[in-house]
Design a binder for this molecule. Sequence first.
Ligand SMILES: *[C@@H]1O[C@H](CO)[C@@H](O)[C@H](O)[C@H]1NC(C)=O
Ligand SMILES: *[C@@H]1O[C@H](CO)[C@@H](O)[C@H](O)[C@H]1NC(C)=O
Ligand SMILES: [Ca+2]
Ligand SMILES: [Ca+2]
Length: 181
Amino acid sequence: MIPSKLATVFSFIIYLQYSHCCEINLDVVDANTDVCVNTPLNIPVITTYGNKTYYLEVNNQVNWHNAYLACKQYNMELISIDSDAEFDYIREFIKSRTTAQKFHVWTSGNDLGTEGEYKWMSNGRRVFSNRWHKGQPDNAGSIEDCIHFWHVSNVYLLNDSNCAHNMAFICQSIKKPCSFQ
Ligand SMILES: *[C@@H]1O[C@H](CO)[C@@H](O)[C@H](O)[C@H]1NC(C)=O
Ligand SMILES: *[C@@H]1O[C@H](CO)[C@@H](O)[C@H](O)[C@H]1NC(C)=O
Ligand SMILES: [Ca+2]
Ligand SMILES: [Ca+2]
């Protein structure tokens, strides 16, 4: 057997072995039929603003992609921030829930699709905000594509950072939390 064919056979065997090992099941909940959002562990790191319910994950810091997936598993979306008023509300909510320093929080905002064109992944809208840290977003080192709440000197404002960094995150839903019903 020529080496390239051998390689194909081997990679197929590896595929068969591992293709089921790491799947995240995203359809345990049905977004269309569930009438409310059950937060993980039912811990009360949840709040509402307008027609949105939010869940702040404080204990599990993960990279941006895993934050996006975790929200999906909760039948929620990684947060989009639709107004400066909403930003201010969420900032106060974060502050009220943790006094930890350097507590950074992922949003769904990113320019992964087109460099410099920031969009909220959860609703596809352009990012318009007056809540950036000075000089941000700057795509520093040409590797910053994901937007987060940057906690510096007790001030929370937006920043673009490396999507691979581990941070807390906030999920949102337009459904009511089940525990409130
Ligand atoms: C939620 O509220 C926003 C802003 O008030 C509004 O634009 C949007 O249509 C509402 N969405 C739903 C599903 O009610
Ligand atoms: C925010 O972006 C700056 C570069 O503009 C970077 O140095 C900093 O580490 C980022 N903050 C976080 C928490 O990743
Ligand atoms: Ca970028
Ligand atoms: Ca930056």
